[in-house]
Ligand binder design. Structure first.
Ligand SMILES: Nc1ncnc2c1ncn2[C@@H]1O[C@H](COP(=O)(O)OP(=O)(O)O)[C@@H](O)[C@H]1O
Ligand SMILES: [Mg+2]
Length: 432
């Protein structure tokens, strides 16, 4: 019998609280941020570190579903009557130019479970309660089962103001708060969660826009790649008073939490897959704090076990997965990003490996983490007879080939790996 690796592992954002591991400090901060009457929640960190998964857990808690917090031993911090919300979840993309563009997207997105529009009261539209988690007791949200024949313009509850998207948005939000949040569901507020906020091209004024829209009934949560809040919101001074709670930096996972992903997977497999002692530690070490890589390796181990008709993951299985990784066979997505970057240049391949292997400071609290300095690899590169180093770099920073590296503007000759998981992959990949 083949075992489905997805039962225990996933490369997707974690929505189901029973799959979410660790992050106890962040969950504690989420509880207080959600239970503050006003305030902005901001989540930031590197790619693949677990931001979106944390956001989905914030969404669960906003609905009043605190099973995760209880399991994490935080029951004493949950208020007797926690503030509850209806929720909107929107992932931004780089075609969103600015704040008005964002509001216009929010007012037009027709997602059945996460959109703002689904909550705008309307005669024709049919909305039902549903729960986002497997637990039956979990907090309910609303979803649309039929948008109705008349279309959204016919709404008599919320007025669309032509050419004024800010006012239209306000009208939508007001109607939602009165009719859905308060009357229908008896909640405290509306939580608008905006993921991938960093990709919005022109961030000017977004802070003051959010501030002007935030009330005790309307709270925003923004999330994206960055080192701190100012990477997400440039005019962050305007939201200063809103951020006493709710600043949530997502750091690489400590080793025991990465190991816990394997232990949790074992539980999810319900005894059908066994991991020999020591395997979890080895996989966690390979993951370097990036849960995404831990999940990928775990999944591949199960695939390998399937092909060997065994249900025990031992060091032979893991060694085989590692060998396939080294030769580029195990992880097609990472492999193709790697190949695209090197573009059939041996020199560029060598240079990329030298940069990936540069020792960087291991402290979790400095900006330097993940940065590499060209000069430091130059000498080794020359000793290895790599020619024209300066001509090898441009492809690595060019968008259409990845990009693999990003220039750090304040420091000449300093680069950052855009995707830390890819960097780890390159470190493990063999040069052939
Ligand atoms: N707390 C967690 N427990 C288990 N796996 C996680 C956790 N957080 C993230 N992951 C895994 O890591 C991967 C990346 O997570 P994601 O939330 O998409 O990161 P980001 O949004 O920062 O890029 C996903 O495959 C997810 O399965
Ligand atoms: Mg994400």
């Amino acid at each position: 019998m083949l075992i489905d690796p997805e039962i225990g592992f996933t490369a997707d954002v974690i929505r189901d609280p029973s799959r979410f591991v660790g992050r106890t400090d962040l969950i504690r901060d989420c509880i207080s941020a959600l239970n503050a009457a006003t305030g902005l929640i901001s989540v930031f960190g590197k790619r693949g570190v677990g931001k979106s998964s944390l956001l989905r857990q914030i969404q669960q808690m906003a609905l009043g579903e605190y099973a995760l917090a209880k399991k994490a031993g935080l029951t004493h911090l949950i208020p007797a009557r926690p503030r509850t919300y209806l929720t909107v979840y929107y992932s931004c993309d780089s075609l969103i130019k600015d704040g008005k563009d964002l509001l216009s997207r929010l007012c037009n997105d027709q997602g059945a479970e996460d959109s703002l529009l689904r909550l705008v009261p309307n005669d024709g539209k049919e909305i039902i309660e549903f729960t986002r988690s497997k637990e039956v007791s979990a907090g309910a949200d609303l979803k649309v089962v039929s948008w109705g024949a008349k279309g959204i313009e016919s709404s008599k509850y919320a007025k669309v103001v032509p050419n004024d998207i800010v006012q239209t948005f306000r009208n939508f939000v007001d109607a939602i708060v009165v009719h859905q949040v308060q009357k229908r569901m008896n909640r405290d507020g509306l939580l608008i969660i905006l993921d991938e906020f960093d990709v919005i091209d022109n961030k000017e004024g977004l802070g003051s826009l959010i501030k002007s829209l935030t009330t005790p009934q309307v709270k925003f949560a923004v999330c994206g790649v960055g080192r701190d809040l100012s990477d997400l919101i440039h005019d962050h001074a305007s939201v200063e008073r809103l951020i006493e709670q709710g600043v949530l930096p997502v750091k690489p996972m400590p080793l025991p939490e990465s190991e816990a992903i394997i232990f949790r997977a074992a539980e999810l497999f319900g005894g059908t897959v066994k991991f020999e002692p020591g395997i979890a530690t080895r996989i966690a070490e390979l993951g370097q704090g990036y849960p995404y890589f831990v999940q990928l390796i775990g999944k591949q181990c199960v695939n390998e076990a399937n092909s060997k008709s065994t249900t025990t993951i031992d060091s032979d299985i893991l060694d085989k997965v590692l060998e396939d990784l080294r030769s580029g066979k195990a992880f097609p997505t990472l492999e193709s990003a790697y190949q695209r970057a090197i573009g059939e240049s041996e020199g560029r391949q060598m240079l990329l490996h030298l940069l990936a292997e540069q020792p960087t400071e291991q402290s979790l609290f400095t900006d330097e983490i993940g940065r590499v300095i060209l000069k430091q690899s130059r000498q080794v590169a020359e000793e290895l007879d790599i020619q024209f180093i300066d001509q090898l770099i441009p492809r690595l920073v060019e968008k259409k080939y990845g990009p693999i590296l990003e220039r750090v503007p304040e420091r000449q000759g300093t680069y950052e790996f855009v995707n830390p998981v890819l960097r780890q992959y390159i470190k493990l990949r063999r040069i052939e």
